[in-house]
Write a protein that binds this ligand. Structure first.
Ligand code: ADP
Ligand code: MG
Length: 295
């Protein structure tokens, strides 16, 4: 069971009690300037710096990440592409502290702080958000309550008063409009009965509520039809404005056409084997990963 599923289970059983979130990004929607967490980043600074990261599955000992090196600066959008099973999702989950994996070597800093010395919720407080490839359903918890809890956790972490339901509605309404999302989302239970596209939109809404400095979106485009993809891409483009860092995991060029990453990386067997601009994605579309990585 993933740590998200664990926190979801505790949420579902105690819907009116603020849960201990373990999901990255689930704690507080702070900007660094007013955050209680000490950060040193300034404009143009490095947000995420990963060096020679290796990690294994905790239970089986199988090594999945074999030496990932990646640097993302403020304002940059990066994409990682790669075959199924190359380790993309594992990389993102290791970054946010998923308990299924064990870091065996290398380093990772986020905004100058040692990522692996922080609890998952601390990583979230410093502004790291992960949108999961398969968002889970949380029956019995209304979406609006869930979003408000996320937001209030982050407000608490920066010493701000919590928003009551009415105040939160005021905070959320412009975001819904900005993201072109239907307010009927709010009354429903978290992801329950949502279509694939609705779940992805809901992830983007969480991202908007968190106002995280760095967002990792794992296959935000999978299972979307053309219209939903366009809306999600437009919403992501709104959210990446300013100094925000963005890491997209995707199989398809069509998302990259809409989001225009600054760098595209190819992951193979647990490490990044190639980095370039968006033309890499076009080559992939033509010849597949073999053509790209053939020496
Ligand atoms: P990608 O996202 O690139 O498709 P993943 O990171 O999901 O790849 O998986 C990489 C490899 O690690 C796959 O072979 C997958 O089966 C394995 N793996 C990932 N997580 C686990 C886990 N919790 N237990 C066992 N194997 C895992
Ligand atoms: Mg994956």
């Amino acid at each position: 069971m993933s740590h998200t599923a664990v926190s979801a289970a505790s949420l579902a059983s105690k819907p009116r009690v603020a849960p201990k979130f373990t999901r990255a990004g689930a704690r507080g929607c702070a900007h660094s300037r007013s955050s209680a967490v000490k950060v040193t980043a300034a404009k143009g600074d490095v947000l995420l710096e990963v060096k020679d990261l290796t990690a294994k599955v905790a239970e089986t000992g199988e090594e999945i990440l074999t030496g990932v090196t990646l640097t993302i600066k403020e304002g940059e959008t990066h994409a990682i592409m790669g075959k199924n099973g190359s380790g993309k999702s594992t990389f993102t989950k290791v970054l946010v502290g998923h308990p299924s994996y064990e870091v065996t070597g290398g380093t990772a800093t986020f905004r100058g702080q040692d990522l692996f010395a922080m609890e998952p919720e601390e990583r979230a407080r410093t502004g790291l958000f992960l949108s999961f490839q398969s968002p889970i359903e949380v029956p019995g918890v209304s979406n609006t309550d869930f979003l408000r809890m996320m937001c209030n956790e982050r407000r608490k972490s920066r010493g701000e008063p919590e928003l009551d339901p009415l105040e939160f509605y005021g905070f959320l309404t412009p975001k819904l409009e900005q993201l072109n999302m239907d307010p009927s989302f709010l009354a429903r239970n978290v992801n329950e009965g949502f279509s694939g596209g609705e779940k992805k939109r809901n992830e983007i809404l969480q991202l908007a509520v968190m106002e995280s400095e760095m967002s990792i979106l794992d296959e935000i485009d999978s299972g979307l039809d053309v219209d939903a993809l366009r809306d999600v891409a437009a919403a992501v483009n709104v959210l990446k404005e300013g100094d925000k860092g963005l890491l997209l995991i995707t199989h398809y060029q069509r998302l990259l056409d809409a989001i225009h990453p600054d760098f595209v990386h190819v992951m193979q067997k647990g490490k990044i084997v190639q980095t370039g601009d968006v033309s890499i994605a076009a080559k992939l579309e033509e010849g597949g990963f073999e053509a790209l990585t053939a020496k």
